[in-house]
Design a binder for this molecule. Structure first.
Ligand code: PEP
Length: 248
């Protein structure tokens, strides 16, 4: 088996939730523990980014596909960098759906984030009907291939992947550890056709109704390196217990 240097990671995606009080609570809870074997990342709504202390790793939930200028309501990667972001969630299924973000737009955003020196957390995953009709792997391969074509395999050394089956997001219906492992192993195999070293070392998170009670089992799968957490990241104690599950 190929050795790897993957470090566990848990990213909390607050989505359009939270308040200033939660920023403080989360900081206090994370300050009380040492999580030496993993990276904990908070991805709050944009206005809260500037409120976090420097010792918290931050991610944005989105970025503009443009660099600057007349794009009302958008936030550029350089602004996010100035506000302390080191990660950016790109291609979340809610943005693909609510904002009609295509694979091509996702690929452009990934390239811009990489050029700015930030780490994209590239989300991909299937709706339930795709899993049912048997086209799961070709669907996922196409989502990844759009980005591979844009940035090339070498840049995947600087990307974190997040497998998020749409049917498991915010539904309480978690993928089983075996279902998650199957897709993560497929993704590693898909990338290994281009570069086995990058495939072995890329961090692949699982997202979809992860909680303190199921995190350990999910994260113990060979190819699951941590989680992208929605609902449970809004409760600092729950988020902490998920981080602790990844810290082992
Ligand atoms: C998400 O939206 O990225 C997510 C995984 O949400 P939840 O944990 O609430 O399913």
């Amino acid at each position: 088996m190929q050795t790897n240097s993957r470090r566990s990671m848990v990213a909390g995606n607050w989505k359009m939730n939270g308040d200033k009080a939660l920023v403080k609570q989360m900081q206090n809870v994370l300050a009380e523990v040492s999580l030496d074997n993993m990276d904990a990342v908070i991805c709050p709504p944009f206005p809260f980014l500037g409120l976090f202390a420097d010792n918290i790793k931050l991610g944005a939930q989105n970025m503009s596909q443009f660099d600057s200028g007349a794009h009302t309501g958008e936030v550029s990667v350089s602004i996010l960098k100035e506000f302390g972001c080191s990660y950016i969630i790109i291609g979340h299924s809610e943005r693909r759906e609510d904002n009609f973000e295509s694979d091509d737009v996702v690929a452009i955003k990934v390239e811009k984030a990489l050029n700015a020196g930030l780490t994209p957390i590239l989300c991909f995953g299937e709706p339930e009907k795709i899993r049912e009709d048997g086209s799961l792997f070709s669907y996922i391969a196409a989502q990844l291939d759009a980005v591979l074509q844009q940035v090339g395999i070498a840049q995947f050394a600087n990307i974190v992947l997040a497998y998020e089956p749409i049917w498991a997001i915010g539904t309480g219906k978690t993928a089983s550890p075996e279902q998650a492992q199957e897709v993560h192993a497929f993704v590693r195999g898909h990338l290994a056709k281009l570069d086995s070293d990058i495939a072995a070392n890329i961090v692949i998170l699982y997202g979809g109704s992860v909680k303190g009670s199921n995190a350990e089992e999910l994260f113990s799968q060979e190819d699951v390196d941590g989680g992208l957490i929605g609902g449970a990241s809004l409760n600092p104690e729950d988020f902490l217990s998920i981080c602790q599950a990844a810290n082992q």
